[in-house]
Design a protein around this ligand. Sequence first.
Ligand SMILES: Cc1ncc(COP(=O)(O)O)c(C=O)c1O
Length: 480
Amino acid sequence: MTVDFSGVVPELALAVDRSADLPLGQQVQEALRTAIRAGRLRSGERLPSTRQLADQLGVSRGLVVSAYEQLFAEGYVVSAVGSGTRVADGLGVAADSTASGAVRPPVPAPVTGIDFGYGVPDLRAFPTRDWLWALGDAMRALPTADLGDGTTEGDDHLRAVLAGYHRRVRAGCAEPAGTIVVGGFRQGLTFVLGALAARGIERIGLEDPGPRDHDHIARRAGLRVSAVPIDPEGVLVDDLRASGARAVLLTPAHQCPTGAVLSPARRHELVEWAHQVDGVIVEDDYDAEFRYDRQPVGSLQGLAPDRVVALGSVSKTLAPALRVGWVFTPPRFRDGILTEKFLSCRGVPQLDQAALARLIETGRFDRHLRRVRDSYRQRRDTLVTAVDEHLAGASITGLDAGHHALLQLPPGVDEERVVAQAAAAGIAVRGLGDYRVTADDEAPRDPLPAALLIGFGNLTTRQIREGIGVLGEVVAARPS
Ligand SMILES: Cc1ncc(COP(=O)(O)O)c(C=O)c1O
């Protein structure tokens, strides 16, 4: 995307050296060529006016005019009346050289039709007016002193509000003192795992299948990874015990990606395991607010606050773009997590923290949740009906909570073929195979069933019907 800087004169960091042998005019030309070649100035971007650059460098305007003319002659820049001098089209930046073996960010699916992508809430339902109000209110009340760096823990008021929210809505027993504000779940996870490694935890069990990248995040924190199988009741605690791990990362309210809810018996087994091995359960409480058939299942943290570090964020309830999350930790991990955070960043934007506190404490957040919960329920029901109509032999599970479900393909249908042909037909969807975690031990693993993850939070009921209709045709089609 071209950056236009319309209406302002762009600044450009260039320097000339008066003691050098090279004449000043040539220095200016060369500095501009280098900036363009290196991608500091990109195609379509505007150069400063000749007067501004001359003032900045302390040289005559005529000298800069000649340098621009020279670059024009060489094809580096173009100029048009009214829009100044710009970098010419097609002048590339050196390609990004991602080291082999490095984790690449996921490539966005090349489709623009219907996107069943996992994990996106209804972005059109974002409570813009309430958020603007909360930001304005927070800004008006913000003491000037709070414009400096905040504390590493995060805004005191938000921490108290979050702990209260967790007790009230998630049946937890968080306390403000053990609450740390972070820039979303993933950032919090990085800090928590770093702190666990620093306290001597060597291995972590991850649910398999499980969310992409958590295996890599764990390794970067210095942990080894065991893949622990799950069944419809959640993680298999005997396998976790056999792995030798002393930490486990779980999505108890709605297993990601299968949607299984951790059963009461498993919850107790897990807590018992944690006590036996002096272990810790890291709870990813990511979409628990959306439970349709009954009251949300309480946070595991409420059952064993001394053994559970719970994390949450507003990425599923409001919007991922806000990047606000939290960690509720037992006292013994608190300093370690704070150290990780202190060494990585100066914190979460203060104004957003204050605004979120206002949104929650005035009831606007709850009101938003009630509204979107109803519309997610409708979408979920539409999904179930559409699957019934268009996908004979398929079954859909994980519907109790959240805004995604798992579509098990009929026997004999190849997952990769369906994903590829769906993409060609304008439907973006991911297969369960994308959620196989990589492990550091050799434990044999059963193959995963052929299944698709169906995110329905950010789609209209019409899109869900249409998309499932197309998927039905793709599934029924013969392999090409
Ligand atoms: C399993 C799981 N947990 C948590 C999150 C939220 O992460 P963050 O708060 O960093 O957006 C996601 C996001 O997609 C997720 O898939």
